[in-house]
Design a protein around this ligand. Sequence first.
Ligand code: MG
Length: 284
Amino acid sequence: MSKWPIGVFASIDAGLGVHLEVARELGVPTIQVHAPHAGTRNPAAAAAFLKKCSDAGITITAVFGGFEGESYADIATTAKTVGLVPEVTRAARVQEMKEISDFTKLLGCNTVALHIGFVPEDSASASYKDLITVTRDLLDHIKANGQNLHLETGQESADHLLHFISDVQRDNLFINFDPANMILYGTGEPIAALKKVGHLVRSIHCKDAKWAPVEVRGTGWGQEVPLGDGDVGMENYLRTLLAIGYTGPLTIEREIPQDPVRQKADIGQAVKILTTLREKILGT
Ligand code: MG
């Protein structure tokens, strides 16, 4: 695969991504996909989806896990409901994530990814220690499938995420870097964060956002906007990716599934912006 192929975040039947059709119509050669619902995680569904991808010349580069009951309504609700962190659903979701890893193997893909949730601040707490234990267990299952796990950024600062990954002590745990999430959650300036975690970045999102007003930053959402209209600074972002040696896909994410017409138009515009920047920076 060439350096920095354009990609888009897509969905099969769950999650906020676009339909495969949109990727095909935009001529995008790679996708990350949100894992489908449990009922459609079977060999027949995997074979059917793979056939559609291969007919369209599209490579699946990562499969994102997601769970029933997750809500991104506001930052507090996100902390309570998202990922493996909430204790009431932790064991069931670890089990489901293993099943998603198995489904990912059926798709011929060696990368699973997820929002693990708001990792507890106190690394001496029982909740943090148990999170380490279950994450190791999950990573061992994923490793047996020949896969790596990429953690989505944003819910922790770069330092806190590095601390957690170091505590897990497994060699198949990496990062899916999303610069807009750092802004949306107010967890740190994205370019500085990327430089800090760069050695662990194995996949990325191209998404843009504007900071929340200073008085509510960290408690209130920033605003997701079309790529190029926000505070990330796309050229600086791509130049930093080059500097850290990142060669993987540039996967566009635009999380407005309630408006599929605008979602497709914004992604089309993002493809143009990234294609131009890619040529400017790489010269190819
Ligand atoms: Mg993202």
